[in-house]
Design a protein around this ligand. Structure first.
Ligand code: TPP
Length: 273
């Protein structure tokens, strides 16, 4: 679906606020994953502000599009964006990772807007395939999106799912790779290179496009191209920066799964771009 194109200046303000929230949530919890959350901010905002059909007051609405968060550890950004677009109140974000809270460290179906529990990497794309194929069999106009990490792509199960999607010509699925170049233990390129990534997806029968994953216009255009793509699955390879916006977190694997302490939070909020 195409909504009216949102004003980019106001979306940039939303992105800034979401980044502030990610930093505050992880600081308050004393744990969490800021790096791969800060990299996925514009991707998720684009889906909710521009592309997806959903009703935040009725998250299981039959006419909705689906989003599967395969990199299920990036809850700070996912919860912050869901609260921004009305799925629950922003005050709940302060319960992140607390005992008894719905907002646990990995995404869970108890949270409005979350379709599937993830955290064990490599599962989301297969589940997304199932949802997309099911919608096609029911002749529903449902789009299915799946957010993947680049480190996550080293799991072989993703490539089985990639084969499945093209074999069944699942053209209502759009995978989005948050290609932030850094995984838990260091640079993806050194640990197990994905390159040539677009060609790999294409050789598995997908249409692949590459964008700057922090540029709303480029992401919108890719999402529009997905709408036009027929008979094959679609992947957006979004080039991003892990820890985007905070200079001492950018490209630094130390911030994959570590929360800023009070002093670091102060520094990060002052530094935030
Ligand atoms: C099957 C599995 N193996 C290992 C982990 C531990 N783990 C959590 S996040 C992560 C790194 C993922 O890297 P990437 O996909 O690049 O995530 P991002 O940088 O976007 O946060 C790993 C190895 C896991 N959650 N699941």
């Amino acid at each position: 679906m195409n909504k009216n194109k949102p004003d980019i200046t106001s979306l940039k303000k939303v992105a800034f606020q979401i980044r502030e929230t990610i930093l505050k949530m992880t600081n308050k919890a004393g744990s969490g994953h800021p790096g791969g959350s800060l990299s996925a901010v514009e991707i998720l905002i684009s889906l909710y502000a521009y592309k997806m059909k959903y009703d935040p007051k009725n998250p299981k609405w039959e006419g909705r599009d689906f989003l599967f968060i395969s990199k299920g550890h990036t809850t700070p950004v996912v919860y912050a964006v869901l609260a921004q677009y009305g799925f629950f109140g922003k005050e709940e974000l302060s319960t992140f990772r607390q005992l008894g809270s719905r907002l646990q460290g990995h995404v869970h179906q108890k949270v409005p807007g979350i379709e599937f529990n993830t955290g064990s990497l490599g599962h989301g794309l297969s589940v997304a395939n199932g949802a997309a194929l099911g919608a096609k069999l029911l002749k529903k106009d449902t789009k299915v999106f799946c957010l993947l990490g680049d480190g996550e792509l080293q799991e072989g199960s993703n490539w089985e799912a990639a084969m499945t999607a093209s074999h069944f010509k699942i053209d209502n699925i759009c995978a989005i790779v948050d290609y932030n170049k850094v995984q838990e233990n260091g640079p993806v390129e050194q640990i197990k290179s994905l390159e040539p990534l677009a060609k790999k997806w294409e050789s598995f029968g997908w249409k692949a496009v590459e964008v700057d994953g922090h540029n709303f216009d480029e992401i919108f255009k890719a999402l529009d191209d997905f709408d036009k793509c027929k008979d094959k699955p679609f992947v957006i390879i979004a080039h991003t920066i892990k820890g985007k916006g905070v200079s001492f977190m950018e490209g630094n694997r130390d911030w994959h799964g570590k929360a800023p302490n009070n002093e670091q939070l102060d520094k990060a909020l002052k530094d935030l771009k």
